[in-house]
Design a protein around this ligand. Structure first.
Ligand code: PEP
Length: 263
């Protein structure tokens, strides 16, 4: 199975010239290693500048780090689904924990974004994951139970109404399981626990949301040293990579490893 790797550039790099260099480097690696599916999510301001580089080939796709739920109106600073469509964007990340935490995004807002983005025809990467509070539970079984409960509730709120619209292609939904305590900390979750959580999420997506073949990624301090520990499990469909995605050597090594784990 082809693994999907999403590189989230967050708020970097600082200039379009650097963004182009980083993307070109990614492209060269990807062309040599054709097996995985690679998505680059740069800041909005670089999307149109990078779309011409990406459109020359089809191995790398562009993603946005967020999207607004309305296509027009007085919403200062927001980016609409229609604008992203015109910038050759195929994927959008919705509900990243940094937006939930620093920008006060609520599940209600995230739900509107998920519905609008699916309706617009994007592949939507919905980020969910439990906070550090759950990590303090020392017993692994109890900790996993609390984490699953948290994620189940989050999915219920973020995916409300997803069954009701005939305009929505539910199978364009991808979930990224990203425990908040693992993001940007250098301490990833235990791969075996991630596998268990992803199995749980997939079951929910099939049973409660009628997805046919759900895709679930893992994110949280993934780098070239640990990515194989996650990708070796068939249940884990890929990874969302943050910090490491701005380091060329890391990207090169990650893409090589992804290639080995994709068939
Ligand atoms: C992310 O941005 O979603 C992420 C997982 O970041 P990092 O890889 O730096 O933990």
């Amino acid at each position: 199975m082809r693994k999907l790797i999403v590189f989230n550039w967050k708020m970097g790099p600082p200039s379009l010239a650097q963004a182009k260099r980083l993307l070109t480097h990614n492209l060269q690696q990807t062309i040599k290693n054709k097996n995985g599916e690679i998505v680059i999510c740069p800041p909005f301001i670089y999307l149109s500048g990078l779309s011409s580089v990406v459109s020359r080939q089809s191995l790398v796709k562009l993603g946005a780090q967020d999207v607004f739920w309305e296509n027009r109106g007085a919403y200062t600073g927001e980016i609409s689904p229609a604008m992203l469509k015109n910038s050759k964007v195929d994927y959008v990340i919705v509900g990243h924990s940094e937006r939930r935490r620093h920008l006060g995004e609520t599940d209600e807002m995230i739900n509107k974004k998920v519905l609008a983005a699916l309706r617009a025809g994007f592949k939507v990467i919905l980020c969910v994951g439990e906070p550090a509070r759950e990590l303090r539970i020392k017993n692994n079984e109890l900790r996993m139970k609390a984490a699953k409960n948290y994620v189940k509730n989050q999915l219920e709120r973020d995916l409300r109404g997803i069954h009701n619209s005939k305009f929505i292609i539910r199978n364009s939904l991808i979930v990224a399981y990203e425990p908040i305590w693992a993001i940007g900390t250098g301490v990833p979750a235990e791969p075996e626990n991630v596998r268990e959580m992803i199995q749980f999420i997939k079951k929910l997506l099939i049973t409660n949301y009628h997805l046919l073949i759900p895709k679930v990624l893992y994110g949280g301090s993934v780098d070239s040293r640990n990515i194989a520990d996650f990708l070796k499990y068939p249940e884990i469909d890929g990874a969302l990579v943050g910090g490491a995605s701005l380091k060329s050597a890391e990207v090169r090594d990650i893409i090589k490893i992804v290639s080995k784990h994709s068939t």
